[in-house]
Design a protein around this ligand. Structure first.
Ligand code: AMP
Ligand code: MG
Length: 489
C-alpha cells in the first residue's frame, strides 16, 4: 500500500551542532518481530504500511520513509558520577517527529540500527535480548500508568552482533515525547555554548513546558517543571518496585518520561538496598537511592541553566537552590500519597508514614514479595488475611502490623470501592525478572517468540486479576531468582 508518514522534524531544524546527520544503514534481511499496532495508529502511522516492505525498511534503518531526516543527537553526561563531555546517540537514530492523534509531538527513534559519528568504540548495534527486554518493560510501564518511552516495533536484522558471544541483532523503534536529556544540556554547558543552551531550553520549553514561557522567569519555571515531573516519576517507580539501574544524567529525560531501559529490573522480595546491574558495584543506583540520585541529576541540570537564570551569579544560584529544594517535599508527598492508596486510605492521618514504614520494614525482615504483599492487602481489607500473611517468613509479623492497620482503617469511614481502589493502586502483574530472562532465552536460543507475546499480553492489563495467568504473578523459585542484570550494550 502507499502511505507516507507525516514527519515534522523540529529537532532537525535546530543548529547543525546539535546533532550529526546519519545515512541509512545496510541491513541484510530485516524481519518484523512485533508491532504495537494501537500505538502505530495513535501516531498516524498505518500499521499495514509499517508491516509491509517500505515500512519495514524504515523500521530497520534502511531509509524508505519520505520526510524522515535521520540524525544522531549530541549529548554529554555524568556516568556513575563521572562527567563525560561527549556521549551522544552511539546506537540510536532519530528518524523524525510526528504529531499524534492527541496533538502531541513524538519522536520516532531507532535503537540498534548501526554506527553513528558518536559510536566511539561501539558497533551501534543492539542484540535481540535487550531489545525484547526494553519492549516488554517499557510497554508494561505504560500499562502501569507510569510516564515512559514506548516501543513501537522490534525488527530482527539477520545480522550477528558480537558481545561476549555472537548474538542475533535487532532494532527497536522507540517513541518518546522527546529524547532531550539532562546530558543534552550538559553538552552545551560544557562547551560554554550559551546560545546553544538557550536554544535547547527554548525548544524544551515549547515542547514540554509551554506554560513556562508565560512565567515571569521562564527558565526557572522550566527547572521547576522538570523537578516536579522527576519527583513524581521516581515516586511512581518506587511504588511498583522498579529499579532503573543506570540513572546517569544522559539517561534522564527532561520530559519526565522513564527512558533507557538497560539493566532495569523489578523487586521481588522488598529490600531497598536491592541492586541488579552488574556494573553498579557501589550500589549507586540501588532501589532506595533513586530519589537521591534524581535530585543529584537535577542539580546537574540546574548548574547548566545558571547563566540563563541571571547575570548575577549569586542570584542565579539562589534561584536554582530554591527550585531544587522543592524536590524532596514533592517526592515525599507523591510517594506517601501512593502508599496511602495502596493501604486503602483516603484520608491523611498523623501516623500514616510510620504505618507504611512498619509494613515495609516487616517485609524486608521477612523477605515478603513487594508486589504480591500489596496486592494481597486488598483481600485483607475484605477480611481475608491468609494470602498476605503467608508471604512473610513469620506470618505473625504481618498479623502484628495488620492489627494497627485495621485500627487505622476503622478510623475513616469505609467506602464500597475500597478494595477495588487498592487493586487499582497495586498491580497483580509486573515484568518479573525471571519471566523476562526466560522470554529472552526462548527468543534468542530457540527463535521462540511465544513467551514474549504471552508476557506482553499479561502485562497489558496489570491491574486486572487474570486467574488464567496467575503463574505470571508467582515470585521466582530460588533457582530462578535473577540476581544480576546486564546492560547488553
Ligand atoms: P546507555 O548505556 O544506553 O545509556 O549508553 C551510554 C552511551 O554509550 C550512549 O552514548 C550510547 O549511545 C553509547 N552506546 C551504548 N551502546 C553502544 C553500542 N553498541 N554502540 C555504540 N554506542 C553505544
Ligand atoms: Mg543512554
Amino acid at each position: 500500500m502507499t502511505f507516507h508518514p507525516r514527519f515534522d522534524n523540529s529537532y532537525a531544524r535546530l543548529p547543525e551542532r546539535f546533532f550529526a546527520r546519519v545515512p541509512p544503514t545496510v541491513v541484510p534481511a530485516p524481519r518484523l518481530l512485533r508491532l504495537t499496532r494501537p500505538l502505530a495508529s495513535e501516531l498516524g502511522l498505518e500499521p499495514e504500511w509499517l508491516s509491509g516492505p517500505d515500512g519495514l525498511d524504515m523500521l530497520a534503518g534502511r531509509g524508505g520513509a519520505a520526510g524522515s531526516e535521520p540524525l544522531a543527537a549530541a549529548y554529554a553526561g555524568h556516568q556513575f558520577g563521572n562527567f563525560v563531555p561527549q556521549l551522544g546517540d552511539g546506537r540510536a537514530v532519530l528518524l523524525g517527529e510526528v504529531v499524534d492523534a492527541g496533538g502531541r509531538r513524538r519522536d520516532i527513534q531507532l535503537k540498534g540500527s548501526g554506527p553513528t559519528p558518536f559510536s566511539r568504540r561501539g558497533d551501534g548495534r543492539a542484540a535481540l535480548g535487550p531489545v525484547l527486554r526494553e519492549y516488554v518493560v517499557s510497554e508494561a510501564m505504560a500499562a502501569l500508568g507510569i510516564p515512559t518511552t514506548r516501543s513501537l516495533a522490534a525488527v530482527a536484522t539477520g545480522d550477528i552482533v558480537l558481545r561476549e558471544t555472537p548474538l542475533p541483532g535487532a532494532v527497536l523503534t522507540r517513541v518518546a515525547a522527546s529524547h532531550i536529556r539532562v546530558g543534552t544540556f550538559q553538552f552545551f554547558a560544557a562547551r560554554g555554548d550559551l546560545d546553544g543552551l538557550r536554544r535547547l531550553a527554548d525548544h524544551a520549553i515549547a515542547r514540554h513546558y509551554p506554560e513556562a514561557s508565560d512565567a515571569a522567569l521562564p527558565y526557572r519555571a522550566f527547572l521547576d517543571g522538570v523537578v516536579a515531573r522527576q519527583a513524581n516519576l521516581v515516586a511512581s517507580w518506587l511504588l511498583v518496585g522498579f529499579v532503573h539501574g543506570v540513572m546517569n544524567t544522559d539517561n534522564m529525560a527532561v520530559s519526565g518520561e522513564t527512558i533507557d531501559y538497560g539493566p532495569c529490573a523489578f523487586l521481588d522480595a522488598y529490600d531497598p538496598a536491592t541492586v541488579f546491574s552488574s556494573i553498579d558495584a557501589g550500589g549507586r543506583y540501588a532501589y532506595g537511592n533513586q530519589p537521591r540520585i534524581a535530585q543529584w541529576n537535577l542539580a546537574r541540570l540546574a548548574e547548566t541553566l545558571l547563566p540563563l537564570f541571571s547575570d548575577d551569579e549569586k542570584a542565579a544560584i539562589a534561584g536554582a537552590e530554591s527550585s531544587l529544594a522543592a524536590f524532596a517535599p514533592l517526592f515525599t508527598d507523591a510517594y506517601h500519597a501512593g502508599l496511602r492508596r495502596k493501604l486503602g486510605l483516603r484520608t491523611e492521618g498523623e501516623g500514616d508514614k510510620e504505618l507504611a514504614g512498619e509494613l515495609l520494614t516487616a517485609m524486608t525482615a521477612n523477605e515478603a514479595d513487594f508486589t504480591n504483599t500489596f496486592r494481597a492487602l486488598a483481600g485483607a481489607a475484605e477480611g481475608e488475611d491468609g494470602p498476605a500473611r503467608d508471604l512473610f517468613i513469620d506470618p505473625t509479623a504481618f498479623d502484628r502490623w495488620a492489627e494497627k492497620w485495621r485500627r487505622r482503617l476503622a478510623a475513616e469511614p469505609p467506602w464500597p470501592g475500597r478494595a477495588a481502589d487498592m487493586r487499582a493502586a497495586s498491580p497483580a502483574f509486573i515484568p518479573r525478572n525471571h519471566r523476562v530472562e526466560a522470554m529472552i532465552a526462548a527468543a534468542v536460543e530457540r527463535d521462540d517468540l511465544q513467551p514474549f507475546e504471552d508476557l506482553l499480553a499479561v502485562l497489558a492489563r496489570p491491574y486486572d486479576d487474570q486467574p488464567e495467568n496467575a503463574r505470571f504473578a508467582d515470585p521466582p523459585e530460588p533457582h530462578e531468582r535473577v540476581i544480576r542484570t546486564f546492560c547488553g550494550t
